[in-house]
Design a protein around this ligand. Structure first.
Ligand SMILES: [Zn+2]
Ligand SMILES: [Zn+2]
Length: 340
């Protein structure tokens, strides 16, 4: 057990919405019997961190220590932790706990738990020197993944891996990835490794070279009406990673009959599509929320085995405010990882 004097940690935090992060001391929760304490090695920067800093969702609690793509080394373990050991390298994503006793949790869908424990809401997130989390939400990092490579997978990676696995049980399908950013650049890699034909659908022509290097066979500039019209009824799945509101009628038309449009971000509070998509063509409009613990561990192993690596920009933790600005400006290519 950590000593009482160890119940605080250095952290980058903010006291109020929209303020820059400043270095300070954060209070760690007591180390419970199933908890582990991690020394943070690296932490990815996700759009959700920006939303939390600005309290866009009304769930932020201050002082706020963001960061939920955490790679760390276990420095202490509660007495009932069985499968992880001090010294082991693990990762923590958006969730650091769940009730583990509701219908969703019992079905292995703990990502849908109604009582989620979020890593950086009312907890000290990964922009700290140390964190304490439920060991059951701390995932061993395979040897094939470096610290910088592993961090973005813990939120961005599983967020796109999970719907591709769940929604496309068969290989050789036509997948459109809408938006090539932190999420999309991983979605293109997973979808192509899984044996699908992948089209990157992007605003403007500027990311074509990157998209093809990531594994996209086709590139669709959605500001070109001709290209968009030519892609009608072309896709089995459209995975929307873009955060901009889109003309959803146009995107529903890009689906084949029985095709699925899946949102992994929240591009708008409300979207409107014509009902003939559903009755006449049996199309599906759905969403996906991160991934279960089981899916997260599968995704980490899959990424190591299939060499799916995020494209990472490393920055020191004391440049976190500069990093947040780069992210807000949409300039990250494609994931910033902050290191201690
Ligand atoms: Zn995230
Ligand atoms: Zn639950």
């Amino acid at each position: 057990m950590a000593s009482k004097s160890g119940d605080e940690t250095g952290a980058w935090m903010t006291a109020a919405p929209g303020q820059p992060l400043t270095p300070g001391r954060a209070k760690l929760k007591a180390l419970g019997p199933m908890d582990v304490e991690l020394e943070v090695i690296a932490c990815g920067l996700c759009h959700s961190d920006l939303h939390l800093v600005n309290d866009d969702w009304g769930i932020s609690e201050y002082p706020l220590v963001p960061g939920h793509e955490v790679v760390g080394r276990i420095v202490a373990a509660g007495k009932d932790v069985g499968d992880l050991a001090v010294g082991q390298r693990v990762g923590v994503g958006w969730l650091c706990g769940a009730c583990l006793d509701c219908r969703s949790c019992n079905a292995g869908e703990d990502n849908l738990c109604g009582e989620p424990n979020r890593t950086c809401v009312a907890n000290v997130g990964g922009f700290a020197s140390r964190i304490r989390v439920d060991s059951r939400f701390s995932h061993p990092i395979p040897r094939g993944l470096g610290d910088l490579q592993a961090a973005p997978l813990l939120c961005a990676g599983v967020t796109v891996y999970s719907p591709l696995k769940r929604l496309l049980p068969r290989t050789g399908r036509d997948v459109g990835v809408v938006g090539i950013g932190g999420l999309g650049h991983l979605a293109v890699q997973y979808a192509s490794r899984m044996g699908h034909r992948v089209t990157a659908i992007v605003r403007g022509p500027g990311r074509e070279k990157d998209a093809r290097n990531l594994g996209a066979q086709f590139y669709l500039d959605n500001t070109d009406g001709g290209q968009t019209a030519a892609a009608e009824a072309a896709f089995d799945l459209l995975l929307v990673t873009a955060s901009a509101d889109l003309d959803w009628s146009v995107y529903m038309r890009l689906l084949k009959p029985n095709g699925t449009l899946c949102l992994v971000g929240m591009p708008a509070a409300t979207i409107t599509v014509e009902t003939d998509n559903f009755v006449g063509e049996q199309k599906i409009l759905t969403g996906s929320s991160i991934g279960s613990r089981e899916m997260t561990r599968e995704m980490l192993d899959y990424s190591a085995a299939n060499e799916v690596y995020p494209w990472v920009v490393q920055m020191p933790m004391d440049q976190v405010n500069e990093a947040l600005k780069i992210l807000a400006d949409g300039e990250a290519r494609y994931r910033i990882v902050l290191t201690a």
